[in-house]
Design a binder for this molecule. Structure first.
Ligand code: COA
Length: 317
């Protein structure tokens, strides 16, 4: 399986730390020094459907693949206003596609999880061309009256077209059930027969310190394992494309693995954490800047709510 086109759909509105400081007790100094984040895009008058459609169209154009030749659409999403049908199903209609489609939710590890699913279908010969769309709107699940989490996230969509090829080497997905460290529990509709106590519906809840520690240790372990399983040495790898949650997390992973700065690119400063959309956005930027070339060995690593992690090795074709 190989990636043949990537695309991005970003909200128009850039929200700086100073803009957030008008709503919660924080400052540009605190946010940029603790997270590296200086601004993020937040949905205002657009819809997540618009952004996902835009990202998909760009990826299809770059891949030179007609929508009619897409065999499957996988959409990665944590939350959007539609519970059903799936977001992928709605984006399918906007694209004029007729292929099957479904959503997955593996939080920030969603893109790599979708890659793994796509690889299974492509390797089995069932499908040839698969469109992955990651569309995320974390700004609508965080608490904008509290400073803890709203500063971390940005909204975005990104997409990739994947097809038959030898790019993907290994992919590893892990889950450790720890819902309490990072969760958003939404209220369901009234049901006259429910007798159990149902409370605790709150915006996104996060134990920041715990998530930080787990992110670093899990990503370091995942990266070591996939590099070893691929038969590579750490120094063979040209680029580490990591989930963009926090610059300090990225730096800590880099230092644990003793990697040179130029091999660990980041854009969290401008995008914040866009959940599963992060990795294809960064990949798209690196490709546009000509920083990835044919034959480059790449490691991907992502982590998030679950606690779920994924990491993969890839040779750019
Ligand atoms: N602005 C100003 N002060 C803030 C703040 C904010 N946005 N958020 C927290 N603080 C305060 C706290 O209230 C605390 O104050 P106190 O010392 O008076 O009690 C102080 O800053 C330190 O809080 P702490 O939570 O220990 O800070 P931290 O250094 O761990 O940084 C995070 C907090 C959230 C930035 C950091 O833990 C983190 O990035 N964790 C990972 C989160 C993540 O990436 N989640 C998504 C994963 S996919």
């Amino acid at each position: 399986m190989k990636i043949i086109g990537t695309g991005v759909g970003l909200p128009r509105l850039r929200v700086t730390n100073d803009m957030i400081a008008k709503y919660v007790d924080t400052s540009d100094e605190w946010v940029s020094s603790r997270t590296g984040i200086r601004e993020r895009r937040i949905i205002s008058d657009e819809t997540l459907i618009d952004l996902g459609t835009q990202a998909a169209k760009e990826a299809l154009a770059k891949a030179s693949v007609d929508i009619a030749d897409i065999d499957l659409l996988i959409c990665s999403n944590v939350a959007n206003s539609y519970v059903t049908p799936s977001l992928g199903c709605i984006i399918q209609g906007k694209l004029g596609a007729s292929c099957p489609c479904f959503d997955i939710n593996n939080a920030c590890a969603g893109f790599l999880t979708a890659m793994d699913i796509a690889d299974g279908y492509i390797s089995s010969g069932k499908y040839k061309n698969i469109l992955i769309v990651c569309a995320e709107e974390p700004s609508r699940i965080v608490d904008w009256t509290s400073r803890e989490a709203c500063i971390l996230f940005g909204d975005a969509a990104s997409a990739a077209v994947v097809t038959v090829g030898e790019g993907l080497q290994k992919m590893r997905i892990s889950t450790k059930s720890m819902p309490d460290v990072l969760y958003y529990k939404r209220k369901l509709e009234y049901n006259p027969f429910v007798t159990k106590n149902e409370e605790g519906f709150k915006p996104l809840q996060m134990n920041g310190r715990e998530v930080f520690k787990m992110a670093v240790s899990a990503s370091v372990a995942d990266i070591k394992k996939v590099v070893e399983d691929t038969g590579w040495k750490m120094e063979d790898v040209d680029m580490f494309v990591l989930h963009q949650a926090n610059l300090r997390i990225i730096e800590s992973i880099r230092q644990h693995l003793d990697l040179p700065e130029e091999k660990v690119p980041h854009n969290v400063e401008r995008s914040g954490n866009t959940s599963s959309a992060c990795i294809p956005i960064l990949l798209n930027e690196l490709l546009e800047e000509g920083k990835i070339k044919k034959g480059d060995k790449i490691v991907f690593s992502a982590f998030g709510a679950g606690f779920s992690t994924a990491a993969g090795t890839y040779i750019w074709e």
